[in-house]
Design a protein around this ligand. Structure first.
Ligand SMILES: C[S@@+](CC[C@H](N)C(=O)[O-])C[C@H]1O[C@@H](n2cnc3c(N)ncnc32)[C@H](O)[C@@H]1O
Length: 393
């Protein structure tokens, strides 16, 4: 963005100037939040409760952005990142904070986002679930290769930060970096910017190009250690009711579908997933007549879904969340319980609003029983959340 296009708004004269800021907290997206003469300033790479000297890089009518020039008084949670390339690599944006602070900020971000969208929303908010591993947890990554350099994109750039390790990635994968670099070099292409490495379900390491025709593994939970806790919680919150049908929407390759089928042995189990590769993988594992897997967009499926009052619905949409139509159809169907798993607090908050607005219109009373943030992506600002909705009888 040119300096000129950054200059719109009342604070334009401040652009490029250096100001002292006190960081109050962190926001979604990872930046620190400070105030200058009443205006919010977002400061990447900041820690809560620290004083920084920062240069204004963007001045809009309602907010500014600033880059740290000097940390004047470090916040208590600031630390030297464990990874030597963390200052430049675009992969982790919270390595400069200790893990307690990372969790505390995520817990607050989820709560504040839900309340921001709906001040009257009441729920039992459980403490954030820590990840069993804070490093070496990722089992799927997208390294880059350019001009014989292997690594990851730098922060806000397509330059390569060269590295032969990644501290948040499982060793089983990083041990193959040299092999993958040689493979990429042998392809004789100037750059390979869309590739993927992952640990397959079978335990072996796989890698390849991502193309428009082949999107690699599609989707898998990247933190298998924390996924176990998430699964356990989802099954526990779903309860012991003998549901007639159990729906797993945005089901992937069946991460939740198969455990649900095992727990609800008398129920009909229905998975809905758009990605053909994931559907095929799930279908190859089905050996039970109670289970059906639909390859469909969820909204399209909802137009003909017969969800009843004695059913359970689990949904785990991508970051964009579900659609208004999907949430309205869910509210109208009145399933006994809904477990919503989200990887983006904003789309969760928006979807809950759509759901409650429609439920109210239909005269149906639902309760947001429990919400819990899950630390699925340590060293980054990303957070997973699980929420339980049930008919309030
Ligand atoms: C966050 S993942 C969850 C997958 C699965 N529940 C798991 O735990 O592995 C979201 C899934 O939704 C699928 N998806 C995205 N948009 C969709 C849509 N409109 N309809 C159905 N599935 C969709 C993606 O392919 C992906 O598998």
């Amino acid at each position: 963005m040119s300096a000129k296009s950054n200059q719109r708004g009342a604070k334009a004269p401040l652009l490029g100037s250096k100001i002292k800021l006190k960081i109050e907290k962190l926001a979604m997206g990872g930046a620190g939040v400070a105030r200058h003469e009443g205006m919010v300033v977002f400061v990447p790479q900041a820690a809560p409760n620290e004083e920084v000297l920062a240069e204004v890089t963007l001045a809009k009518k309602n907010f500014m952005e600033a880059r740290i020039v000097e940390v004047l008084t470090p916040g208590p949670s600031r630390r030297e990142p464990p990874c030597p390339v963390a200052h430049t690599c675009g992969g982790c944006n919270w390595q400069h904070l200790n893990e307690d602070e990372q969790r505390k900020q995520k817990e607050a971000i989820v709560f504040e986002t839900l309340k921001k969208f709906n001040r009257d929303l009441e729920f039992n908010y459980l403490p954030i679930q820590p990840s069993p591993r804070v490093l070496r947890y990722r089992n799927r990554i997208q390294p880059k290769f350019k001009n014989n350099r292997f690594g990851f994109f730098a922060r806000n750039s397509h330059q390569i930060v060269e590295t032969m390790d990644c501290l948040i990635t499982e060793k089983t994968l990083t041990e193959h970096f040299a092999e993958v670099k040689n493979w990429a070099a042998a392809k004789n292409a100037k750059d390979l910017l869309r590739m993927e490495m992952y640990i397959a379900e079978e335990g072996d390491v796989r890698y390849g190009l991502i193309t428009d025709e082949d999107d690699g593994i599609g989707f898998s939970q990247v933190n298998r250690f924390q996924n176990e806790d998430l699964l356990r919680t989802a099954l526990d919150w779903a309860g012991d009711h003998a549901y007639e049908k159990v729906f797993d929407l945005y089901a992937g390759a069946g991460n939740f579908t198969f455990p649900l089928a095992q727990k609800y042995a008398g129920s009909e189990i229905i998975g809905v997933e758009l990605n053909p590769k994931l559907v095929e993988r799930a279908r190859s594992k089905i050996h039970d007549k109670r289970m059906t897997y639909f390859m469909s967009d969820v909204e399209t499926y909802m137009r003909r879904a017969s969800i009843g009052k004695e059913d359970l619905v689990l949904l785990d949409p991508p970051r964009a969340g579900a659609s208004e139509y999907t949430m309205q159809t869910l509210a109208a169907a009145q399933p006994r319980k809904i477990i919503y798993i989200s990887c983006h607090p904003v789309s969760l908050a928006r979807d809950l609003n759509w759901f409650f607005a429609h439920a109210q219109k239909m005269g149906v009373s639902y309760k947001l029983d429990r919400v819990q943030a899950f630390e699925m992506f340590p060293q980054t600002d990303h957070v997973e959340t699980i929420a339980e909705l049930r008919v309030d009888s």
